[in-house]
Design a protein around this ligand. Structure first.
Ligand SMILES: NC(=O)c1ccc[n+]([C@@H]2O[C@H](COP(=O)([O-])OP(=O)(O)OC[C@H]3O[C@@H](n4cnc5c(N)ncnc54)[C@H](OP(=O)(O)O)[C@@H]3O)[C@@H](O)[C@H]2O)c1
Length: 554
């Protein structure tokens, strides 16, 4: 019983909701054979409800149960009894791994659609014994079907549906501790689990459908991670001001670029301008000034003292701090290069400049103590000394490699548990942390986490991060608080990437295309009128489908 609703009712609702979604995938295949793989817990129970409903509609169904029917308890046992009574074929398999792989393959070979109901939120660690073998068998089956589809051999069609979450996936981190089901889609119940929304989980979950099973919000633990929705972004963006002038939109100072990397300054400045800044000042090493000024004539340029390699040299921080008028936000880091003088300038600016600041790329390298000198102290050690309290809000925008340097760990470790890495960055550095990558995360020092649904592989190219830094800078300069600016910037940037992918595909869009696409995405988002259906469609384009509550069907 959960909050007054009997557990069996919830299980029936979950199974019925899942079946409604699965049936859509089976459209046009009335005799598709459904094979349900069920575990011994409630996830298995949900699968047995699906098996019964599919059977009731005339689909040929078999359930492979990892255990004996007598192993099931409570609601799962009741779901099993109902399925058996309805005439569903139930095949018990050895949960300890005693079932030969050929037997598993043989059963699966008959399938057209496989329902994964082995492990749900109760799964702990790497799947053991027969569970791992069953998962591997399903993944092999899916691969075989794909291969046949590509070579035109029947039967080529074959789809895997995961219930609640792909078995083996950690519900909190999206981490794969061992074998994990690679699903074509996932039907999840009651609430989106954080792990389902993590970038590394995307290749296991497919599209995620959320089913309302009528659980009240109080039934869930107080959430500490939130999906950034189009509605939230719209409400965070400042309304259009009919009285606006360039002075009222915010001044962004972009401290970026060095010899050979003036493009980073150009892209960050364009990101800030297309992000809505009223005025952008590009503070660049003096030698880069002509090229930056001619590439971005809308920006004013500030010459910085430079070293012999064309990087900002001693005195650069003072030149920026002394600049008048004082900026409303600073973007620090893209393309600065690495040197002890750059590191000193970054630390000085972070420690003395009261304006909100975005720190990116070489700014982050400097912060991590990685200044290109062989005897530089380890990043994590130096970082802790340099950290907060800062004189103004700070937003750090690392990709996983930079995050690893800031945390003194490896990129692999960051990707294994992105929520933990993002939170630790925010806590350790006293800043809002934007951990970039598929499904960018925004963490606040309090531990609150924001998940950005938008994004596209089209953005996996040099320079797009510089645009994001400029964009967040513009939003900060426009008066947004650091967490809102970070999540809004990341959301718009990701959506711009999706829109570019529609035009150019996932390969070939330029970072230089992103600023205008961001402005367009913002304009579309800010449009008035009835937004609910459009917002839903937008989330769908990110692979997150909020199913209609519909009839709970009790
Ligand atoms: N709570 C609700 O209101 C609600 C509503 C709708 C649906 N559900 C469903 O219920 C599910 C949760 O059910 P549940 O708590 O019974 O857990 P479960 O996800 O069904 O898994 C529990 C079972 O898995 C086994 N197990 C755990 N880790 C394993 C591993 N690494 N390898 C092999 N076996 C492992 C457990 O055996 P041992 O005990 O021996 O480890 C236990 O038999 C949800 O995911 C959802 O599908 C819940």
């Amino acid at each position: 019983m959960e909050m007054g609703t009997p557990g069996m009712t919830l299980m029936e609702r979950a199974g019925a909701g899942a079946w409604r979604v699965i049936r859509r995938y089976l459209r046009g295949r009335p005799s598709a054979r459904v094979v349900v793989l069920a575990g011994r817990g409630n996830n298995g129970g949900d699968g047995l409800v699906v098996a019964r409903l599919a059977h009731a509609e005339g689909y040929p169904v078999a359930t492979l149960l990892l255990g004996r029917p007598g192993d099931l308890r409570g609601d799962a046992a009741e779901a099993c009894r109902r399925a058996r009574e309805a005439g569903v074929e139930i095949v018990p398999l050895d949960p300890d791994g005693g079932t030969p792989a050929e037997i598993l393959d043989l059963h699966l070979e008959q399938a057209d659609l496989v329902v994964d109901a082995l492990l749900g939120t109760g799964g702990r660690g790497a799947p053991r014994g027969g569970f791992a073998e069953a998962i591997q068998a399903v993944n092999r089956w899916r691969e075989r079907r794909r291969e046949r589809q590509h070579t035109g051999q029947p039967p080529g069609w074959g789809v895997v549906a995961a219930l609640d979450l792909p078995s083996g996936l950690d519900p909190d981190t999206g981490r794969a501790a061992g074998a994990v089901i690679a699903a074509d889609f996932t039907v999840t119940f009651g609430a989106l689990k954080t792990g389902l929304l993590m970038g590394p989980a995307l290749r296991f979950t497919g599209a995620v459908h959320l089913i309302d099973i009528g659980l009240p919000a109080e039934a869930f633990p107080e959430p500490d991670a939130f999906l950034v929705t189009p509605a939230l972004v719209r409400s965070d963006l400042p309304p259009a001001d009919p009285d606006a002038h360039k002075g009222s939109r915010g001044r962004v100072l972009v401290a970026a670029g060095s010899r050979g990397m003036s493009g980073a300054a150009i892209l960050a400045a364009r990101g800030a301008l297309r992000g809505g800044a009223g005025l952008v000042f590009a503070a660049v090493p003096a030698g880069e000034r002509p090229v930056v000024a001619s590439a971005v004539p809308e920006a004013l340029t500030i010459p910085l003292p430079e070293d012999e390699a064309g990087r900002p040299g001693p005195g650069a921080a003072e030149a920026i701090l002394a600049w008048s008028p004082a900026p409303d936000a600073v973007v620090l880091g893209p393309g600065l290069g690495r040197s002890p003088a750059v590191t000193a300038a970054v630390l000085e600016l972070m420690g003395r400049c009261p304006a909100p600041m975005v720190v990116d790329a070489d700014g982050l390298n400097a912060l991590a103590g990685s200044d290109g000198e062989p005897d530089a102290p380890a990043g994590a050690a130096r970082g802790t000394q340099a950290a907060a309290p800062w004189p103004g809000p700070r937003v750090l925008t690392p990709h996983p490699g930079e995050a690893a340097r800031l945390l003194g760990t490896t990129t692999g470790a960051v990707q294994q548990d992105r929520p933990a890495a993002a939170r630790e960055l925010a806590r350790r550095w006293g800043a809002v942390a934007v951990l970039k990558g598929a499904r960018t995360l925004v963490a606040e020092p309090s531990g609150r986490l924001w998940i950005i649904p938008t994004g596209s592989p089209a953005l996996a190219t040099g320079g797009t991060g510089d645009v994001l830094a400029g964009l967040i800078g513009a939003l900060l300069a426009g008066g947004m608080a650091a967490p809102a600016a970070a999540r809004t910037g990341a959301f718009l940037h990701g959506w711009a990437g999706q829109r570019l992918a529609r035009r150019w595909g996932t390969h070939g869009a330029l970072a230089g295309d992103v600023p205008a696409a961001v402005a367009r995405a913002r304009a579309l988002l800010a449009r008035g009128g009835a937004r609910e259906a459009a917002d839903r469609r937008m989330l769908e384009s990110c692979g997150i489908i909020l199913e209609d509550a519909g009839d709970l069907g009790d």
